[in-house]
Write a protein that binds this ligand. Structure first.
Ligand SMILES: NC(=O)c1ccc[n+]([C@@H]2O[C@H](COP(=O)([O-])OP(=O)(O)OC[C@H]3O[C@@H](n4cnc5c(N)ncnc54)[C@H](O)[C@@H]3O)[C@@H](O)[C@H]2O)c1
Length: 350
């Protein structure tokens, strides 16, 4: 199989690594409009590179195109691939607007081309462990999934603009919206509210509280906050990474059922499992710690699981495991959350 990755500066490099690791993939190519990026990444990965999507489709003839351009540049690349019947795995979000996302999914279906969106949290080691806990009944019936994220320091200037990304739910929080749907089913309504932006370079809301309500009172909750990042930025240490503990970043996901709760901390890479006890003392018992690194689990930025799964489905002529038509439902909730933000926290329903 021949795989080409378009947009190879940031996330694209993780896709190149995943393609190189996959036994099904014989040849890998990169594509980027930036000459500097082509030169450095081409040399790093020892791959041929191309300066436009048309050139890579015409001259390299990939069976799969992985799209890792900025969100507002997904559409042009995805359309070019569909025109040639080439399967597409695109980075999240599908596109920077719901309309564009819908158009792309419809076009893929009309052309009969495999199309998946990279919500890789569904595949990562943490999720596989947590899903096992849930399926084994350890947490009881899952009723609540929540994210607390104190975002890291300065990202690249211009990276977070609305024009480029579509908004905070499109750019960042779409992952969690997708996880809520994956674990809790279809939401009924959402409310999202934003405090004033504190990071000046953030063109979009950077302090968000959101509640997704599901049938039976289940909830998906997001607290996303850049105040800590603003403190770290104020120290002004150039070259500081924007993710990771060193950048003031904190990321915790909690999965709570009626029997217990599992808490994932991104920087220790551990999941703590606790059990609610209904005996008379009612004490919550700590059950165990799952150390994801020690157990050799894939991190959220190792895309081998997701990309390999997509390549395998394409090679076998099967529809993707998580088709873009399903990701589109997450995108609809992303747009409803953005609508709630625009309406100052009003509940938005189906
Ligand atoms: N899944 C995740 O966890 C995750 C994390 C970060 C970013 N992303 C997504 O990955 C995508 C890329 O983000 P990034 O941070 O790597 O961006 P980036 O700006 O670092 O890299 C994008 C690259 O695309 C190139 N490019 C732009 N338009 C192009 C075109 N038409 N043809 C070829 N190359 C083009 C740019 O020159 C640049 O090198 C976005 O969709 C983003 O949302 C996903």
């Amino acid at each position: 199989m021949r795989v080409a990755v378009v947009g190879i500066r940031g996330m694209g490099k993780n896709h190149l690594s995943a393609a190189k690791k996959c036994a099904l993939v014989r040849e890998v190519a990169g594509c980027d409009i930036s000459e500097d990026v082509r030169a450095s990444v081409g040399a790093e990965f020892q791959i041929p590179t191309f300066g436009s999507v048309d050139a890579v489709l015409r001259d390299f003839k990939p069976q799969v195109l992985v799209v890792a351009t900025p969100p507002n540049r997904h559409g042009e690349v995805v359309r070019a691939a569909f025109e040639r019947g080439v399967a597409v795995l695109t980075e999240k979000p599908i596109a920077e607007s719901l309309k564009e996302s819908q158009d792309l999914v419809e076009l893929g279906e009309r052309k009969g081309v495999p199309f998946q969106c990279g919500f890789q949290l569904r595949y990562c080691g943490m999720m596989l462990k947590v899903k096992n806990l849930i399926d084994a009944g350890e947490l009881g019936t899952l009723g609540r999934v929540s994210l607390t994220q104190y975002s890291g320091s300065h990202t690249k200037l211009g990276y977070m603009t609305r024009e480029r990304t579509g908004g905070i739910f499109y750019e960042k929080l779409c992952h969690q919206v997708d996880i809520f749907r994956y674990l809790l089913g279809e939401p009924e309504r959402v409310m999202a509210s934003a405090a004033p932006t504190v990071l000046k370079h953030y063109g979009i809301d950077d302090n968000v509280l959101a509640v997704f309500a599901f049938p039976g009172g289940k909830q998906g909750v997001i607290t996303f906050d850049t105040r800590r990042a603003a403190q770290v930025d104020a120290v002004e240490k150039p070259g500081r990474d924007f993710e990771g503990r060193e950048a003031g970043h904190f990321y915790e996901l909690t999965f709570t059922g009626d029997r217990g709760t599992a808490v994932y901390d991104a920087w220790t890479s551990c999941v703590d499992v606790m059990r609610f006890n209904h005996r008379e003392d009612l004490k919550t018992e700590w059950v165990r710690r799952i150390d994801l690194r020690k157990e050799g689990c894939e991190s959220a930025y190792d895309l081998s699981g997701q990309d390999g799964d997509f390549f395998r489905h394409v090679a076998e002529g099967k529809a993707p495991r998580f088709p873009a038509s399903d990701a589109l439902k997450s995108m609809q909730w992303v747009e409803r959350a953005e609508e709630s933000l625009r309406r100052n926290g009003a509940w938005v329903e189906v």
